[in-house]
Design a protein around this ligand. Structure first.
Ligand code: ZN
Length: 192
């Protein structure tokens, strides 16, 4: 298995809709194994294929949950059904997300408290479960990547402005930028 470089805000594959997986073959399963490896090396709770430069509808997660769902898994061609998202301002302490492709930053946003998650594993077997709370949030965050969206694109004005300022300061927003989990310093300060 191989740890792959993680794409950063501005890389075009992050900002366009990923395409459906059509063949469940060894190549797909190798890609999924590499995604798990990269997710672990980055100490992350989830990773979507566009984040390793692949425009396919695949994400992996590693998140212990109270929903009776395996704590680690893959979703290929996922479909999400969501409960209503609150229109209240997000809590800056409780509702905070981060993203490997906007490294080192955290901003709050509202998400649905409940999601039904359907899709396939790497062998084409159907997956169907319900996720609540933070697990539901992880599902929504990763799914967004497959539609060319980062959580940054969902921020309310005040946080969107801060995020764009930070991107400019870091020199992001241009193609070709990546960072290497396990090699570059952990942007979120986890220990290795
Ligand atoms: Zn992300």
């Amino acid at each position: 298995m191989t740890v792959l470089p993680v794409t950063i805000w501005g890389e075009p594959v992050l900002h366009r809709r990923a395409s459906e997986v059509e063949v469940f073959d060894d190549e797909l399963r190798t890609l999924i194994a590499d995604m798990f490896e990269t997710n672990d090396a980055a100490n992350a709770v989830g990773l979507a294929a566009p984040q390793i430069g692949v425009g396919k509808r695949i994400f992996v997660y590693k998140y212990p949950n109270d929903d009776g769902v395996p704590e680690q898994g893959v979703l290929v061609n996922p479909v999400l059904t969501l409960s209503k998202i609150s229109g209240a301002l997000p809590d800056p302490d409780e509702d905070v997300e981060g993203c490997l492709s906007f490294p080192g930053e955290h901003y709050p946003l509202q998400r649905a408290e409940w999601a039904r998650v359907q899709g396939f594993d790497g062998h084409g077997n159907p997956i169907d479960f319900e996720a609540t709370g933070w697990f539901a949030r992880v599902m929504q965050h990763e799914y967004d990547h497959l539609d060319g969206k980062l959580y940054i694109n969902r921020l309310v004005d005040r946080y969107a402005k801060k995020a764009m300022k930070q991107a400019k300061k870091q020199g992001w927003g241009v193609p070709g930028l990546t960072w290497m989990p396990g090699v570059d310093p952990d942007p979120f300060g986890h220990d290795h």
